[in-house]
Design a protein around this ligand. Structure first.
Ligand SMILES: NC(=O)C1=CN([C@@H]2O[C@H](COP(=O)(O)OP(=O)(O)OC[C@H]3O[C@@H](n4cnc5c(N)ncnc54)[C@H](OP(=O)(O)O)[C@@H]3O)[C@@H](O)[C@H]2O)C=CC1
Ligand SMILES: CC(C)CCC[C@@H](C)[C@H]1CC[C@H]2C3=C(CC[C@]12C)[C@@]1(C)CCC(=O)C[C@@H]1CC3
Length: 338
């Protein structure tokens, strides 16, 4: 097996951390992404849309291993875009991999594929997929994961595995910390949704990268990982509101203090989302408190990663406290008053 791999979505938050670690481990990397934002020795860039098979093929030349971690951001809430990229695009990626002779594919799925807005405590991989996914992002991540796992074919020599991270955070994350700070700056982070005791997984990006590389290296025809999904977390569930408060206080903002009933906020978020949908042809506005975010903020959702420990030898490499400190330090421009 050669040490040349491709990272589809390699310009993104997770993708770029993955590329950096792969280079450290002696891989040469071909990055395929819709945008190019950095240059690194050992990396060749291919800019394009993953729905375009002809654009993908040159990036997969002489590559034995592909990581697929591209997706539109959940905040886009654009059904057509999610279907095109996460479903049709993933079909195209699989076809292109087979055509190019790629032997292994690691998909970045999401633990949210089983989340329907109700409590999940220590959820295992055998939980059924969400029957009523809360948003289009989740709906299409479910279809994407099914496509990739079903494509695993030992006879053809094409092996697949899916990693399901949850709540990835770390330096350069364009989502969690920036949205949190923006909400705080607009004076909207004063309230705790629910009683504030709900436990959640937040996973430091380097642990997610570690899980991906272990899965890739352990994926062989005789491995239990073939065609399977794995939760990758920090294995340290934390109260959602303690985590938010720690990040906010670390950046100089006040922690939320006042409580609001969960079902009231969820109902309002649903109403706002519907209103935004109806008015979309006339005015465009994106509510901060979407039904998905409210559900994530007010329920338990933490997952068991025993399967990854057993089959992949996974163990988090960075603890939660350390991860939060490193994350807070990496955002000097988002500090209060900066
Ligand atoms: N962040 C999180 O908490 C979690 C993320 N995940 C999954 O992890 C993966 C990586 O997420 P993350 O790093 O946060 O996301 P990012 O948005 O930072 O990275 C995704 C990258 O894919 C690119 N991309 C999007 N559409 C296409 C396309 N059609 N063709 C080529 N490239 C494309 C994006 O470009 P552009 O920015 O221009 O769209 C971006 O560079 C995703 O699959 C996501 O579903 C799973 C669980 C949790
Ligand atoms: C406005 C506040 C109530 C919340 C601000 C923080 C949120 C932006 C984030 C808290 C949990 C995060 C999360 C994701 C995105 C960012 C948060 C909602 C995901 C939806 C990203 C994609 C996934 O696959 C699952 C993630 C779950 C946790």
């Amino acid at each position: 097996m050669n040490k040349r791999c491709a990272v589809i979505g390699g310009s993104g938050f997770l993708g770029r951390h993955l590329v950096e670690k792969l280079l450290d481990r002696g891989y040469s990397v071909s990055v395929f992404d819709i945008r190019q934002i950095y240059v690194l020795p050992g990396v060749t860039f291919h800019q394009g849309d993953l729905c375009d098979r002809q654009a993908l093929l040159p990036a997969l030349k002489d590559v034995s291993l592909v990581f697929h971690c591209a997706s539109p951001a959940p905040a886009s809430d654009d059904r057509g875009l999610f279907e095109r990229v996460n479903i049709q695009g993933t079909r195209t990626v699989i076809q292109a991999c087979i055509e190019a002779g790629v032997q292994k594919m690691v998909l970045t799925s999401s633990a949210s594929v089983v989340f329907e807005g109700t409590d999940i405590k220590n959820g295992r991989e055998d939980l059924p997929y969400a029957k009523k996914p809360i948003d289009y992002y989740t709906e299409t991540k479910i279809e994407q994961e099914k496509l990739v796992l079903e494509a695993c074919d030992k006879e053809k020599g094409f092996l697949t595995v899916a990693i399901r991270p949850h709540g990835i955070f770390g330096p350069r994350d364009p989502q969690l910390v920036p949205i949190l700070v923006d909400t705080a700056r607009r004076g909207k982070m004063k309230f705790i949704i629910g009683d504030g005791t709900n436990l959640v997984d937040f996973t430091f990006v380097e642990n997610v990268v570690h899980g991906h590389i272990l899965a890739a290296e352990r994926l062989r025809p005789d491995s239990p990982a073939c065609g399977k999904a794995y939760h990758i977390t920090n294995d340290e569930p934390v109260r959602f509101w303690d985590f938010m408060s720690e990040v906010l206080v670390g950046l100089g903002y006040a922690a939320p203090r006042y409580h609001l009933p969960y079902f009231l906020v969820y109902g309002l978020a649903l109403l706002l989302w519907l209103l935004a949908l109806i008015l979309r042809p006339l005015v465009s506005f994106k509510p901060t408190f979407t039904p998905m975010r409210v559900a994530l903020a007010g329920t338990h959702h933490y997952y068991c990663c025993d399967r990854a420990k057993q089959d992949l030898g996974y163990k988090p490499v960075v603890g939660l406290k350390d991860g939060i400190t490193r994350t807070v330090q990496s955002y000097p421009h988002l500090r209060k008053g900066a």
